[in-house]
Design a protein around this ligand. Structure first.
Ligand SMILES: Cc1cc2nc3c(=O)[nH]c(=O)nc-3n(C[C@H](O)[C@H](O)[C@H](O)COP(=O)(O)O)c2cc1C
Length: 171
């Protein structure tokens, strides 16, 4: 598949079929995340993969949505603020940027394998940290529910026009 077609196909899926995700597919998606670039190559991330039904059920209150419950797998993506690059000039922590790139790899790799995903950041962060007994420098940044989409239709993309956001040679 051409990269631009993959980008067009990826969309937020909020309704999954009960079909479990093959372990090899999960491994391949996680490999795409592992290979993501990061500032100074510090790789300030961890990926907790939830596949067991009882664990998913216990985890569900962290993002209490009916549709979230339909996901047969969830990847919890952590940013490690002790490992992230902090820019000298202003101290800016690049952990979130690095994690976002890894998550994008996850969503695109999953799309290529016929799987659906959805970024989730509007979850109960402290509940999530407590769930895994995380030390304070490990921040749960995103949850990525994934599975086979229940609907096959790809919704039209709602995006700003190129003319609103792209600036050639001057701002
Ligand atoms: C950083 C980030 C956080 C998001 N958090 C949520 C969320 O908590 N819940 C949700 O249903 N969708 C969430 N989304 C999905 C967006 O709503 C979605 O990507 C956007 O509307 C564009 O639609 P598309 O993904 O289908 O192209 C999030 C997306 C991003 C990139």
């Amino acid at each position: 598949m051409q990269f631009i077609d993959l980008v067009q196909q990826r969309h937020s899926v909020r309704n999954f079929s009960a079909k479990p995700v093959e372990h090899e597919k999960l491994e391949s998606i996680l490999e795409a995340a592992r290979l993501a670039p990061s500032a100074v190559n510090f790789q300030p991330w961890h990926f907790i993969v939830l596949t067991e039904k009882d664990v998913l059920e216990e985890f569900y209150p962290v993002y209490h949505r009916d549709w979230f419950r339909t996901a047969p797998a969830v990847i919890v993506v952590l940013g490690d603020h002790h490992q992230g690059w902090h820019r000298k000039e202003d101290g800016k922590d690049h952990t979130d940027i690095d994690v976002a790139i890894a998550v994008d790899h996850i969503t695109l790799a999953a799309t290529e394998l016929g799987l659906g995903t959805c970024w989730v950041c509007n979850f109960h962060v402290s509940q999530c940290a407590e769930f895994f007994k995380l030390p304070s420098h490990l921040e749960p940044i995103a949850l990525i529910p994934l599975g086979y989409p229940e609907e096959q239709a790809i919704p039209a993309k709602k995006r700003k026009k190129a003319s609103e956001i792209i600036h050639w040679n001057k701002f």
